[in-house]
Design a protein around this ligand. Sequence first.
Ligand code: ATP
Ligand code: MG
Length: 424
Amino acid sequence: MNPISAPRGTRDVYPPESARWNRLEADCRDIAQRFGYGEIRTPIFEATELFRRGVGETTDIVEKEMYTFLDKAGRSMTLRPELTAGVVRALLEHKLLAQGAQRLYYIGPFFRYERPQAGRYRQAHQFGVECFGVPGAEADVEVIQIAAMLIARYGIGEAALNINSVGDPVCRPRYREALLAHFRPHAAELSTDSQRRLERNPLRILDSKDPQDASFVATAPTMIEHLCDDCRAHFDALRRYLDALGLTYEVNPRIVRGLDYYTRTVFEFVSSAIGSQGTVCGGGRYDGLVAELGGPPTPGVGFGLGLERFLMVVEKVAGEHLPPRRGIQAIALGEAARERLIAIVGALRERSAEPAFADWQDRKLTAHFKTADRNNARWAVILGDQELAQDQIVLRDLLAREDRQLPLVASAAEVARLLVEATG
Ligand code: ATP
Ligand code: MG
């Protein structure tokens, strides 16, 4: 029989790589809680209608990328292609907005039917935050600082912050007209995707990665030039706050979120280290989203940060740092030693948070040391017939390559205590 492979565009994560994921997720949680954000967990599938309304009919995601299926009762369901829509659905369902501003973060998988390539998967993972109920640019800069702190912690500051404003329902219609006037005369020369966007959603042409559109995009009028007074004031405040926090940025008029409920601030952190899939984090303000999903008009701002891409950039820029050696490899040579060591290792695991590795197979000492290296163990504890005869146990420092003897007393708990003391 042929073995079964994982679906295209998905990947398995296993040791030692999974340790990097554990660390990154722990850092996301640590930073989010410093800012007073609590975790929200929502289902991996939702009613398809939620994403049609909450992501937008004219987006690539809804037009081409959703995993949609009928469940056994004939309801249309979709594997979430992003997490914000589900978060808003949950906020409304549990009436959480009535309690005032909500600061939430999430970590989890999302699904998009895309052409798999480096940094682009069909199941990928995001860390994201959402701040609801704060209209001012203080909230924009707050969420930006969360992403910036994570980036700084991993030494990948080359991932640069790009900001823009997409205006609001007052000024964007005027800008839309200006864009139409710019692109219409060249309609026939645009990519097919952009020709389709032209009447439906011309802002999205600015987002085009098609080289055919590049020269027309480069000369297009910018939203910044068309902002109304309120949007201008918001953008100026954002820039002041970023300066106050020492966060460097560039204004990039090409960054857009081409949906009506996106307002004012949009931003990305872009790395040049991993080629064309360099957007590690994308976010912005979506003051119209909650109302679009049937809730009370509520401002919101947040971001989604792709964990796969983040780790790719870390590996490329900061290099693969081997984590420090940790824990004890227990090595029993012979049946009698194994009997004694099982109790000692059991007691060690009760007493110490450091890993105790044990491979109870009958193998040569050198084979056990190889296992210890693979486990990245810091110490080895060795028990054989000779040690048993002398009531001793050998503790080997695997870094210094030095041995010392510890007394093998009758109580396993006491030996464990001595080991913890000697390795602490
Ligand atoms: P792109 O322009 O690269 O398609 P996007 O605008 O579709 O990105 P968002 O919807 O803003 O991306 O998602 C936020 C982040 O999630 C992205 O910045 C990226 O890091 C990550 N991401 C998006 N799609 C994928 C994918 N298919 N595989 C891996 N990561 C992804
Ligand atoms: Mg995309």
